[in-house]
Design a protein around this ligand. Structure first.
Ligand SMILES: *Cc1c(COP(=O)(O)O)cnc(C)c1O
Length: 374
């Protein structure tokens, strides 16, 4: 690649196998409610090590169905992280419940169990931990609250808890997302893993307008949605599961190059790096997010990186400070200081399985130049 080519932020791995399986579906004439969806569900659940999977149209749809299956309803409170993609909190509001935020752990950037415990009230009916940037949230600690848990595992495919259980395979409803930048993509799509066959049956029905599996075309015994995944998406998903172990290994290799190249910038300039795996927890690499040193203008850093041909973006903004959440719940600065500090300094760097070592070098040298100048 020439020095003038931009290093993109993300890039999916798609090949002949995806083309072949999508073509089969096109030629079969059955584009939805066909055999590919259950085949993808089984392959994905088996890969992670969970008993059941319910494929849906997005990770957000999966969170919504998971919260419904957990019984979350009007006026309930769900304790969750303010440092997440907005979908995890929005899904709570879909059920007319309230997302109650608690601050994050400064090392893992995940919901802090002690802060979460302090946020519990008699109206709390569920906890929604987010495995942010693929690092396992402390789900075992949340299990001790004795409340239903719905996991946002949308960024955590390939992650593992210290006790050896894969993220998403603890039996709680755990939603994964398959947008094009995720570890596995179907274009758009999602999957909820669960250990409970009744939860699987309920989600299968609710994604399809509330129809029971043995019911006729237009009979419905409960409220439902159209959260179906198409067979075209499922076909891509099957091909992606086949190459998943390789893609995850590739991400891990790229992450290692980043760790090695950027460690000096952490020591010399105070750049914040993703935490290393600790205590047996294993990250499933999704993004490479750094925090610019205190006092450095994050948005100016992103503009300057762009001038050096490196794409990057602010990732993630604090949910409670978004205008919708401020207006609806009266949130303001200062409520969750760890989250606010991290959110204000975070930058996602280019990161994808096929990233070349020379591209990581270009990011490092651009970042070094930009930080030295600021
Ligand atoms: C991607 C993502 C989602 C939503 O996934 P969609 O498939 O885009 O609906 C939810 N939560 C987190 C943390 C995510 O990264």
């Amino acid at each position: 690649m020439s020095a003038l080519d931009e290093v993109p932020l993300a890039q999916p791995v798609l090949g002949e196998r995806e083309e072949e399986l999508v073509l089969e579906v096109l030629r079969s004439g059955q584009l939805s409610l066909g055999p590919r969806v259950p085949a993808f569900e089984q392959a994905f659940a088996a890969f992670v090590g969970a008993p059941h999977g319910s494929a849906v149209s997005s990770g957000t749809a999966g969170l919504h169905l998971g919260l419904r299956a957990a019984g979350v309803t009007d006026g309930d409170e769900v304790v969750t992280s303010p440092f997440s993609f907005v979908a995890s909190a929005n899904a709570v509001i879909f059920e007319r419940a309230r997302p109650v935020f608690a601050d994050i752990d400064p090392r893992t950037l995940n919901l802090d169990p002690q802060a979460a415990e302090a946020a519990l009230t008699e109206r709390t009916t569920a906890v929604l931990p987010v495995h942010i940037f693929g690092y396992p949230a402390d789900v075992p600690a949340f299990e001790r609250f004795g409340l239903p848990i719905v996991e946002d595992a949308c960024e955590a495919l390939g992650a593992r808890h210290a006790d050896g259980v894969a993220v998403g395979a603890r039996g709680h409803a755990a939603s994964f997302g398959f947008y094009a930048n995720k570890q596995l993509t179907t274009g758009e799509g999602g999957m909820v893993l669960t250990g409970d066959p009744a939860v699987k049956a309920r989600m299968d029905s609710e994604r399809n307008q509330g129809r029971a599996p043995d019911m006729g075309w237009l009979d419905h015994d409960r409220l439902g949605f159209n959260y179906r995944m198409t067979d075209l998406q499922a076909a891509i998903g099957i091909a992606q599961v086949e190459r998943l172990a390789g893609m995850l290994a590739d991400r891990k290799r790229v992450a290692g190059w980043y760790r090695e190249r950027l460690a000096p910038l952490a020591t010399e300039l105070g750049l914040g790096l993703p935490c290393e795996d600790s205590g047996g927890d294993e990250r499933g690499w999704f993004v490479w997010v750094v925090q610019v040193p205190h006092g450095v203008d994050r948005d100016a850093t992103i503009r300057a990186l762009r001038e050096h041909g490196v794409q990057s973006k602010p990732y993630l903004p604090a949910i409670h400070l978004m205008s919708f959440y401020r207006e609806r719940y009266g949130h303001r600065e200062g409520e969750f200081p760890v989250c606010e500090d991290i959110a204000a300094r975070s930058v996602a760097l280019p990161f994808f399985p096929d990233m070349a070592e020379s591209q990581v070098d270009r990011v490092e040298s651009a970042l070094r130049t930009v930080l030295r100048a600021s």
